[in-house]
Structure formats: C-alpha cells, structure tokens
Design a protein around this ligand. Structure first.
Ligand SMILES: Cc1cc2nc3c(=O)[nH]c(=O)nc-3n(C[C@H](O)[C@H](O)[C@H](O)COP(=O)(O)OP(=O)(O)OC[C@H]3O[C@@H](n4cnc5c(N)ncnc54)[C@H](O)[C@@H]3O)c2cc1C
Ligand code: FES
Ligand code: FES
Length: 1313
C-alpha cells in the first residue's frame, strides 16, 4: 500500500502494551512513547527523569517478530525519545507488565529489591527493564554483560553496588568464586559475628524464562502492520512512514524541507518541532549489512546494535588483517552512548549528524568510506567522504538521502585505530575522538599513506591534511612523533575561548593520541612481519587505554547478638514492602498521582539574563497558543512575594538577579502546552552588570554579611614554631544534586475558605507549608503540605522546594483549579542551585610531623540569595581541620554575593569541601595529628565515642595499604604512560544541625482495632531508608512484626513543625520521636498485657479500645545537651561525630587523563547499625556521589551566567562503570553510640567525603608521572579532577607544545564559579 500524502484520515496505530492490544487513530506524532504510557495509559511505573535519553529511567522493552530469522527480537529503548509512530506493530513491555506485588513479582524485580538495590526507587523500574530485556535475549548472561547492559541507567542513590550484586545472581560466573553470595557468602569470622551477607540469594525465586509474559500471537501471525505506510497528523508535526525508496522520494519531493528520522536520538535532542518528519525505519533499501571480500556495505538506517551484531559475526570469518577496521568500529560502538540508544540510533543518523561530536563520522572519515546517496529527484551519486566531500557539506545538504556506506577492508600493511576521550568512561559523547589509518609500503617501515581524522575539534569531524601530506614517505620511527606534533599544531589550532572549552586539552590530545597510535602500530607491525616489538617495555603502557573488568564488592558488618529475638528487626537487613513496589513500578511518586479532571499545568517564564531590570512582560502570543488558560505574575501573589528572606522573590517583579529566575507562569491543559507557551512570553530587559565567579565577587567586594573569623590558639606562635610553611590554594567546584525526580508540586485549592493542599516533593514540609501560607496570606493551618516519597533529594529539596510549592499554590489560587508543576530536567538544572563552589587559600605550619598552625581564608559562591550560606560558613569553620588536631588556627569565611542561582545544602554540606582541602594539605603528616577520643576541637567540643583512629587502623590493615603502596611504586617505575596512585583519607562529620532549633522531631502512632499500626513522623523518605528504620524501631518497641506497621505519608497534618530531613540526623531525631510515641502506647497497654499475659497484641489492643484507652500517641524528641554560641561558634555544637576512613587505588592513563578506580576499602563507624544493608547502601551511594563531585561532575556556566550543564548529556554523574572495580565496605564493630537511637549513628552524608581518597590517589599517580618529567614539587589540582585536568597535570613533551593561555586574555567558553 503506497503512502498517501493527501489522505485526510490519519493512520490508525495498532500495538500491544503488556499483552493488551491498543488501537488508536488519534496519536499526535510528537507524542513520545513515554508520554503515551504515562498520560494516556496511566502506566506510571516508567519514569521521566531527563527526557534526553541519558538516564534510563524511562527504559521499556520493545519486541517485534522478525520474519527473516523467524525470531522475536527484544530490545530496550528510551521511551522518552521514542516516537509513537514507530510502535506500530510492536509489543511494548513496561515494568507493570512483568510482575506486581499482588500478582507475583518477576525474579528481576524481586532480586533488585531484596538485594537492597533500590533506595529512592526512581531509577528502579528502568533498571528492572534493562535487566529483564537482557535475560530475554540471554537467560545466562556474563557478569560483564550485566554490567554493560546497565551503562545507560543512572542511579543517584545506591552507587550501583547493590544493584549489581542483586542482578549478578543471574550471571553464569561470579568473580567472588567460593565467596560468591550465590553460595551464601562467607562468614568472615563466626566467632566475631562478622557477616558478609546482606541478603540470601537462596531465597530468590529461580528464573524460569518460560514463565515470562508471551509475545502477542497476532503480531507473530501477521505482517500487515509492517507492510503499512503510515501518516500521523499532530498539532505541529506531520509524520510519514513510507515503505520503500520510491515512496520516500515522492514524499521528499513534496516536502523538500522534511527531516528524515530513524532513531530520533539525534533529532530528538534538538527539541525542535520539524513540521514534516519522514521515518526511514522500514525502507528495505536502506537496511542491512552485507560483508564481501572487498568490504562491508551498511544500509544507512541500520541501527548501531544491528551493526555491532553483524560486525561481531563478520570478524569471525575474515583474516586477521581484514578485521582491523571492524575492530576499530566495534571499539567505537562499545563506547557509543548506551544500549538503549544504540538499539535505535542509526549509522546514517550519526554520519549525517548536523552538530556536536559524531563518533562514526570521525571513524568513517579516516577509513575512507564511500557513501551512496540519492537526491529527492532520484539522482544517485557515490562519494568518498573526505576526498569528494566534507562532513559539513554532507550534513548540511538537506536534499541528500544516504542509502548506504561501503567500508573497504584494510590491506595487509594497513593499520587502523580509534580512541575516544570523554568526561566519563561510558554513556558519554566525546571531547575528542581520533581515528587514524596508516598504510606502510610492503616490507618496509615507510608510510605510503596516512589518514588522521579528529572529532571534537570543530563542529564536524576533520582531517589533519597538513600532517597527512607531510608524513607520506616518512619512516615509522620515533622521530616521526615530534614532526607530527608540529604538523598537527598547524592542522588543529583552537583559540582559547573556542566553543566547548578545554582547548589546550583537545589540542594536546590530538598529539598524544597520535603518539599512542605510533606505539600501537610500531608494536603491531613488528608482530605482523614477525619481528620483535620495537617499543621499549617501559613505553608499552602508552600503546593502549585502560581496561576495565567487571566490578565486585564485599561487605562486612556485625551480626545481631545471638540472644536477640528473631522477630526483633533492629540490626537486621530487612526489606520493607514499599521497596518491593519500587521494583514493580507501583510506588507512587508525585507525578504518578492521577490528574484531577480540571487540573492545569504550570510552565515557568524564566529569566534569560543574569542581572537586569525587567522593562516589559508581554504574554500576548503565549495566550493565543493551544491549551493556554492563564498567566500569572507577582501581581497575583496575595501575600508575601519573597521566600525565606527578603533577597529572592517568588515571581521577579522589577529586577532579575540570575538566569533561570521565575518571572511569571503560564497555566495550560498539558505540560507541553504550558512549557511551550511560557517560552513564547516576551520579556524586555535592561541589562545590569553581573557578578558570576568568586573572583568577580572579590573584585567587586560583593559579599553577604561580614566575613566570619574564627581563631583558636596563637596563630603567630604556631607559625614561629614551624620548620616549614606551605602556602597553597584549592578550588572545589559545585555539584548538581541530580536527584532523579525533578522538583515537583501539585497544589489543590480546597473549596472551603482559602485552604490549599500542597503535595510537594520536599525534604522540609514545614517550610513549604510556611512559605506557601505566607504567599497566600493565610495562616499555616490553612495549608497542608504532604508527600509520600521523593525520588532522591540530597539536600536540593530542602529550601528550593518551598519556593516551588508557593509558586504552584499561587497559580492554583488564582485559577481556583489544581495546578501541577513538574520541572523538566533542563529547567531544574538551570534554576534550582547547586552545592556551593568553594575556594580555599591557606598557609600551614609544620614542625617535623606535627601541624603547628593553620591560617585559612575560604570563599563560597553563595549566589543571588544567601539562603543556607551563613550555615555553610559556620559548618565549614566547624569542620576546618577534619580529623586533625591543629593547636593554632585562624579561619576566615566569606559568602560571595553573585548572579548565579543561590546555592543549596547538599549531602555532606560544607564538610566535604573541608575534608578534601584538609586531606590535601595535611595528607603528608597524617596519622600523627589525628584526633583521639577525649580531645577537644577548636570550637570547644569534647570528642566522645569518636572512633576515627580505629577506622584508620582497620582500613590500613585490611586494605594492605603498605604492601600495595610498594606495589604501586614498582608499577610506576616500570610504566611511563600508565601510573597508579594510592591514598588513605579520613572523614569526620558533626551530627546535628548548626541551627539548634532544627534538631527536633515529632511522631504520631495510631493503632487500629485490628492491631495494625499507622506511623507518621516528620521526616521525608527519599531513599535513605528512613521509613525502613522507623518501622524497625516501632516494631522493636511495640514487639510486633514489622509487617503490621505502615507509613502512609509525611504530612503537616499529622506532625507539625517538622525539621528538614538532612544533616544525617533524620533517623536519629525521628527515630527517637517514634520510639517515644510507641513507648507511650506500650505504657497504656501495660495493664492489658498484665491482665491477659497469654494474649497477643491484637487482644491487648482490642481490650484497650474497649476500656476506652487512647490508641494514638505522639512522640517528641529534641537532641539534648546542644549548647553553643552562634556568634563565636564555641560550645557543644554537635551531638556526636560520625567518622570513617578509606583507602583507594587508581590507575591513570597519562596520555589521555582517563582514570579508573581499581579498589576502594572503606571502614565506617555507624555505631550499632539499625539496618546494615541500609547503612552500607548509604555508604556506597554517598561515596560514589563524592566521586562524582571530585571527578566528573563539572558545572559549566558561561561568563555571563548561563548554565550550560542542563542534563545528563552535558553533566556527568557516575555510571555503573565508574565505581571502584573492587569495593569493600566494613562497618566498624563494637562501637555502640549511646547518643542516638539504639546506639546507632547517622550515616547519610559522611562517606561522601571519603571520595577524597580517590582524588588524592589520582594526585599521587600524577605526581609519579610528573616525576618522570623531572618535576618533584607539589602542585595544585582542583576538584573536580576531570580528565582534562589530569592530562594537563601530567606534564610531558606533548603538554609543553601547548602552553596554557593566560586567564584574562580571552573570553572563556565556561568559567570556574
Ligand atoms: C543519550 C545520547 C547519547 C549519545 N551518545 C552519542 C555518542 O556517544 N556518540 C555519538 O556520536 N553520538 C551520540 N549521540 C547522538 C545520536 O545518538 C547519534 O548521532 C545517532 O547515531 C543518531 O541516529 P538516529 O538514527 O537516532 O538519527 P535521527 O535523530 O533519527 O536523525 C539524525 C539526523 O540524520 C538525518 N538522517 C538520518 N538518516 C538519514 C539518511 N539515511 N539520509 C539522510 N539523512 C539522514 C536526519 O534527517 C537527522 O537530521 C547520543 C545521543 C543521545 C540521545
Ligand atoms: S527519562 Fe528517558 S532517558 Fe532519562
Ligand atoms: S534508587 Fe536509584 S536513583 Fe534512587
């Protein structure tokens, strides 16, 4: 059937979702599969987190019958980018389709939950679907396959370790051998009651693929759907799916500006609505991979997964030398995006990529491939890319349709290699990718021809033509490298402010990667012609990048005492039912709440200037757009238009002080309509001078409140005592919270009075309630603020969520209808603030191995409102020396007032910067200066239950630190281009809020007549296992199984005046309040238990009810003994300290700056753990988050204040492949903490700072590289130690070729805040 371009009726889409047939004749082609599932089908298990294919939260499985192979093909896709038109004739499986709590969980769901692989739960359905699909294709995958399958699925909570431990129970081999958890794990020492188990895999349901839901028989029987041309008509876009080239050409003639689309992973990223789209997914002329003696012909619509599969197959039958290009392509594909993207992205779409770095464009350019194309008029032509045409010409000629690509096999003396460098090892686009091919004359070392292609140097991949020409005829010998560097300098020249930044790095890489190629070929060619390698052994480490094996983990924790009743869950790794529902997709997050029939969506009009007067706001065009109902500005705020203090307005009225600030809001019928219309509101500004960086603020003398100076001891005397004095600086960048669930709120006006119900994803319900009430000019008791759970928060939803709630409530108040506002990822990242960027300047006095004095000035970039920055300064000062005793200190803190979004608390708030800085400057004189129990801190706090030395000693011993340090030295002496480093660090975090009033909590326990218990407390469950612990505590006090206790939500209705959930105190204070409330209940039941000692809980509850005894009780707790002076910071500030130590070993690639964490050992004092699995999960997750802060998570902001890092595509949180290859976590044994509930300690934050061990191990490795270049003095390495900084610090002949441009002489692409 030919596609009709005139047909009035759009096509009817037919597909299956979870076995149910769907027929729909009204699908808008702009709708993504995710929108359809969530909005139309109300299947909300699949989550939206980034909307740009980078996080995997939206992973679903697509299945289709492939007639040619008589097989059902299953693949995962990112539903947030998958066009609805493509699902015609497919079966979609979502997390709901494979199991549920009621119907029975699928083994994948069961294992992730029971292995503690789900914390907040937001990433869990996506993880489940990735693993499920892997098993569908391979029921016994290898460990490596499991790990690689999850590369596209981000988790911000768990550090991936427990997810892998759960999923690897499906794998066929286990690196733990006899210690494998499948075999029950090892009991490390029965006598000492140390266990290595957090779950028992023997309890898992065996996986039986025959029990999986079946593929819809109809789709197997009929080919009808595959043979239908389609035409979908939407509000802004028409979408066609022709079936053959003829139809395609006809459509292209009719719509010359139409865009072709295959996977939509390139086009989708642009977020532009193209009026006409033509899908090429079903055009047989553009598909398939054919291998011949001469080469490989690849249809342009071939997906990268199909290509990978075909190349793997082809290389099995080809002679060795013919596989050299194939191997390079396979290597390149293995680092291309992630599985879900490769399953749909096409080779054609990548080669014709119109902007950004394209991996395959670069590879194919060097390979000298021939592209066969056809114009819309049907004219065919074949061109050799690089010779007949440039990549730019290809990508910008909109009339060309790429048919196929012919990749010639290499000759016997032809060598081909590819290297890709990106901020993150996997699931990342390249900073630079190079592909180099050389042909040597037969039986000689002379270059016949050479092709050097680079991506990431300019908008399109380019050939280094001067180098290519000059090298012909030269001999393949070391001297060539120096000359090549000269030629490449001419070919690849970037001015310092060039787009993308990192200009020195990109240029140095071009030479370094050539050197790598030189070594590789020198070695490979010698071997091929039967000679001994010409590369000296010490240089061989330069010939390849880093290799990574599958990771493994071990945990050690104390078991409960043998006498503890089995039903008492304290100290046990129990999993609550609500974790199980994370895995089945049944857990309800804010945006999963069904919509009200009259609900509206809010789109924010955000400032595009960092500092400006607002001259005019014109919503005229926006108000005409489809679905738009209302426009809201500051004039609609009945009460206070400020939140928290008088620095930042809810809706900017006359001036904006940051890009991303809310100026107004549009209310519309759908989220998409609201966001689009908000962008159409015109705002006129008069620009004012902006202050962006710390340096800008110092220059402009722009600070909040006077600098804070803290002095202890005699600083001058301390320096007089010192043998030597070190003066240094260190910069620590900010960090995006990157909670998987963005800021979200649903405000529902109540019909009576002016009440408002605010469902808010907040860590601080009382604040959201207060700010909303003030904005609405109503008392707090008119506003109910509540939520069930948060999809991660990490401090980012303490303050900002209150403004978000108030803005949404003001809008709901104006229109009198429920209003929902769920920020898109880019909006969230552009407007909600980060961890404080930080600069420390310090002077340390040392006498022998003793620290005698520290004089430190530090600055934090507070942003456009001071919010938490006063607290930041205080907490920083209180943690200045980390775990080190320094007799004489002076610390001066400044909060810089700038035009970036006001910074927020984030996990290990203020401590992490101080730990990293102090470990960097005290690291050399470590153990001698470490605090002991009973020491007094500079602020006058006596250290009790302080176990840092025990953690250090155990970590030192069990990590074999000494022996491994020697091994590192030997490794480094034998390898010039790979270096290893090892470092041990400590952490110490005071557990209490520095605002004393925030160290209180309330709880409410309600017992029903049937004996079931409903518990409420003031904390927010956001993945930290709070509800788990609260139920465990209640279960112990009430002496009933935890299954009888339930927590429904956190609400200002049940517990008023809650404290923020954070600072690692939430379980401490709420746990004590829960305990108190439960004890009250037990006191009241006492009479009845005594009257009926043989009765049970239900009997006593019923007896109490009949006796008219209240079965509801509140509990309250305030942390005792806190007593300090907020001005001088002297006194008992903290309830206690949580301490720990870590040892990390890394390997770096000196030529590229790439690194990997070979091993990390952590020993942490958590007192007596309430739940070892929860606590260890917190340690693993926090540590990996710390690694993100210190290694990959670089915030990029332009000099005029525009945030460039707005999603996973540009901002790199660690993936499953970035965690330590070996990861051991031990909980210190026998250190109960009498100052917190059941002798536990708060643990959520402190391990973040242990990532300093990785940072310093990297610095150690760089030191060794520098030593080889004759540099032995200490050097400054700032955080994050991104790949480019590592490379630049490894000074060598290549770095010397490109001197760093002098700051101030150019306008950088992005600035350090
Ligand atoms: C999360 C994520 C990670 C990514 N990582 C990488 C990465 O690591 N490396 C990398 O290089 N890219 C990466 N990309 C970019 C993108 O995935 C690739 O460019 C992909 O190959 C595009 O293929 P597609 O089929 O999805 O193209 P589409 O989006 O469907 O189309 C892209 C463009 O190509 C044109 N086009 C497609 N086929 C033809 C044809 N036959 N003839 C003429 N024009 C055609 C289209 O008109 C369109 O302009 C990533 C994208 C995402 C979302
Ligand atoms: S929401 Fe789809 S990949 Fe992130
Ligand atoms: S559990 Fe993975 S993001 Fe929270």
């Amino acid at each position: 059937m030919a596609v009709s371009t005139n047909r009035v009726q759009p096509s009817v889409l037919v597909f299956y979702v979870n076995g149910k047939k769907i027929t729909d004749d009204g699908v808008d082609p702009e709708t993504t599969l995710l929108q359809y599932l969530r909005v139309k089908l109300r299947l909300t298990g699949t989550k939206l987190s980034c909307g740009e294919g980078g996080c995997g939260a939206c992973t679903v499985m697509l299945s289709r019958y492939d007639k040619a192979s008589n097989n059902i093909k299953h693949m995962t896709v990112m539903a947030c980018m998958y066009p609805m038109g493509e699902v015609h004739g497919m079966a979609v499986t979502t997390v709901e389709g494979i199991g549920s709590l009621g119907q029975g969980m699928h083994p994948v769901q069961e294992r992730i939950a029971k292995a503690h692989g789900s914390q907040c739960g937001f990433c869990t359905p996506g993880m489940v679907m990735s693993m499920y699909c892997l098993l569908k294709n391979n029921p016994t995958p290898s460990e490596e396959q499991v790990e690689r399958e999850l590369e596209g699925n981000l988790c911000r909570c768990t550090g991936y370790r427990p997810i892998l431990d759960g999923f690897k129970t499906f794998a066929k081999e286990c690196p733990m051998g006899e210690n494998c958890c499948q075999r029950g794990g090892t009991e490390a020492n029965e006598d000492e009651r140390i266990s290595t188990k957090l779950f028992n895999p023997k309890e898992f349901t065996p996986y039986d693929p025959s029990q999986d839901p079946i593929f819809p028989p109809e789709l197997q029987r009929t080919e009808t759907y595959d043979k239908e041309s389609l035409r979908l008509v939407g509000e802004r876009v028409m979408w066609y799916r022709p079936l053959n080239l003829e139809e395609l050409l006809a459509l292209k003639t009719k719509f010359p500006d139409a865009k072709l689309v295959r996977g939509n992973t390139g086009l989708g990223l642009s977020k532009i609505a193209f009026p006409v789209l033509i899908s090429i997914s079903r055009i047989s002329e553009l598909s398939g991979v054919r291998v011949s003696d001469e080469g490989i012909r690849v249809g342009s619509a071939t997906t990268l997964s199909e290509l990978d599969e075909s190349l793997q197959e082809a290389r099995k039958t080809l002679p060795d030398y013919k596989t050299r290009v194939i191997d390079a392509l396979l290597k390149s594909l293995s680092r291309f995006a992630n599985h879900q993207i490769r399953n749909v992205a096409s080779i054609g779409g990548n080669v014709l990529k119109a902007h950004g770095v394209s991996d395959l464009q670069t590879v194919l350019l060097a390979a000298g491939v021939t592209l066969t194309m056809v114009t819309s008029a049907g004219k065919r032509k074949s061109v050799v890319i690089g010779e007949d045409t440039t990549c730019e010409e290809l990508a910008t000629d909109t009339d060309l349709i790429l048919l196929d690509i012919f990749i010639p096999h290499p000759g016997k003396h032809e060598y081909f290699h590819v290297s890709k460098e990106s901020l993150r090892r996997t699931n990342d686009s390249a900073i630079v990718i190079s592909a180099i091919k050389v042909t040597l004359r037969e039986d000689t070392d002379e270059i016949k021809s050479i092709s050097l292609s680079y991506g990431g140097i300019s908008a399109f991949s380019v050939l280094a033509k001067i180098a290519m020409k000059s090298a012909v005829g030269r001999v393949w010998e070391e001297r060539l490298v120096s000359d090549m560097c000269q030629w490449l300098r001419e070919d690849i020249s970037l001015s310092p402010g060039s787009s993308g930044g990192m200009t020195e790095y990109r240029q140095i890489l071009a030479s370094s990667l050539f050197f790598r190629f030189y070594l590789t070929v020198a070695d490979q060619h010698c071997r091929y012609v039967g000679k001994q390698s010409g590369v000296p052994p010490s240089q061989q480490s330069g010939s390849c990048g880093l290799k990574r094996d599958p990771s493994s983990g071990l945990v050690f924790h104390e078991e409960v005492s043998p006498g503890q009743p089995v039903e008492d869950p304290i100290g046990r790794s129990v999993v609550m039912p609500f974790t199980l529902t994370h895995a089945t997709g049944e857990s309800v997050f804010l945006d999963d709440i069904p919509p009200y029939s009259n609900e509206l969506h809010l789109g924010r009009v955000m400032s595009t200037k960092a500092h400006a007067k607002i001259l005019n706001i014109d919503p005229t065009e926006a108000l005409k757009m489809p679905g738009v109902v209302e426009f809201v500005t500051y004039k609609d705020v009945p009460g206070k238009n400020y939140w928290l203090n008088l620095e930042e307005e809810l809706f900017a009225s006359v001036e904006v002080t940051v890009q991303g600030q809310t100026i107004a809001a549009i209310l519309a019928d759908t989220h998409e309509h609201a966001v689009r219309a908000a962008r159409a509101v015109k705002v006129e500004y008069e620009e004012l001078e902006a202050v962006i960086t710390i340096e800008d603020a110092i220059k402009a003398n722009s600070f909040y409140f006077p600098k804070k100076v803290f002095v202890d001891g005699d600083i001058e005397a301390g320096f007089r005592e010192a043998d030597h004095v070190i003066e240094k600086e260190m910069r620590i960048g900010g960090q995006e919270h990157y909670y998987m669930e963005t800021q979200s709120c649903l405000a529902v006006p109540q019909t009576e009075y002016r009440q408002m119900e605010v469902i808010s994803a907040t860590q601080f319900h009382a604040l959201a309630q207060m700010v909303t009430a003030e904005a609405l000019a109503v008392p707090s008791n008119y506003v109910i603020c509540k939520s069930k759970r948060l999809g991660g928060a990490f401090g980012g939803k303490i303050l900002r969520s209150a403004a978000h709630a108030a803005i949404t409530a003001v809008a709901a108040n104006k229109c009198g209808r429920p209003v929902r506002c769920v920020l898109d990822r880019d909006e969230d990242m552009a407007s909600t603030g980060t961890r404080h960027p930080f600069l420390a300047k310090y002077k340390v006095g040392i006498s022998g191995t003793r620290i005698t004095a520290l004089d430190m000035e530090f600055y934090c970039n507070a942003g456009n409102a001071s919010l938490s920055s006063g607290g930041f300064i205080d907490k920083s000062i209180l943690h200045t020396c980390n775990t080190f005793k320094v007799p004489n200190i002076r610390v001066t803190g400044y909060a810089c007032k700038t035009n970036i979004t006001s910074c927020n608390p984030m996990r290990a708030f203020a401590c992490v910067q101080m730990v990293l800085a102090s470990e960097d400057f005290f690291g050399l004189v470590h153990e001698e200066n470490m605090y002991r129990e009973g020491d007094v801190t500079p602020s006058g706090q006596v250290l009790k239950h302080y176990n840092v030395r025990k953690c250090w000693k155990q970590c030192y011993d069990t990590s074999d630190y000494l022996e491994r340090s020697r091994a590192v030295e030997i490794f480094n002496s034998e390898n010039r281009w790979k270096k290893r480093g090892i470092a041990m660090t400590t952490t110490n975090q005071g557990i209490s809020n520095t605002d004393t009033s925030a160290n209180q909590a309330g709880a409410l326990v309600q017992v029903y007549k049937d004996g079931s218990v409903l518990l409420a407390h003031g904390g927010s469950e956001m993945g930290q296992g709070l509800n788990n612990k609260m139920i465990q505590i209640a279960s112990r006090v009430l002496r009933i199984p935890y299954s009888r206790i339930h927590i429904s939500s956190t609400s200002t209705e049940t517990v008023p005046n809650s404290s923020p959930s954070g600072a690692s105190i939430t379980a401490d204070v709420n746990g004590m309040a829960v305990k108190a409330a439960c004890e009250t209940i037990m006191d009241r039941l006492d009479t009845f238990t005594q009257e009926n000692p043989n009765g049970n809980w239900t009997d006593w509850v019923m007896a109490a009810y009949k006796a008219r005894v209240s079965l509801s009780a509140t509990g309250f707790y305030r942390t005792p003994d806190l007593n300090y002076n907020t001005d001088t910071l002297h006194g008992e500030v903290f309830n206690y300290f949580t301490t720990g130590a870590a040892c990390s070993e890394v390997e770096i690639d000196c030529l590229t700056g790439e690194y990997q964490i070979l091993r990390t050992d952590i020993v942490m004092d958590v007192g007596s753990s309430l739940n070892p699995a929860v606590d260890i999960g917190q340690i693993q997750g926090a540590f990996v988050q710390g690694c993100g802060l210190m290694l990959t998570e670089q915030l990029k902001i332009t000099p005029d204040g525009k945030v460039l890092t707005r999603g996973p595509f540009s901002y790199k949180v660690p993936t499953v492949r970035d965690i330590p290859q070996e990861f051991k976590v031990s909980l210190l044994k026998g250190t109960p903490n009498p100052r917190a509930v059941y002798s536990s300690k708060g643990i959520g934050e402190p391990p973040v700072a242990l990532a300093a061990s990785v940072f310093l191990a990297i610095k150690d490795a760089i030191m060794s590289a520098r030593f080889d270049s004759g540099l032995s003095e200490n050097f400054q390495l700032d955080s994050p130690a991104t790949i480019d900084k590592i490379r630049l610090a490894c000074t060598d002949r290549f770095t010397k070729e490109f001197p760093i441009a002098e700051p101030g002489t150019f306008k950088p692409w992005f600035v350090d805040l």
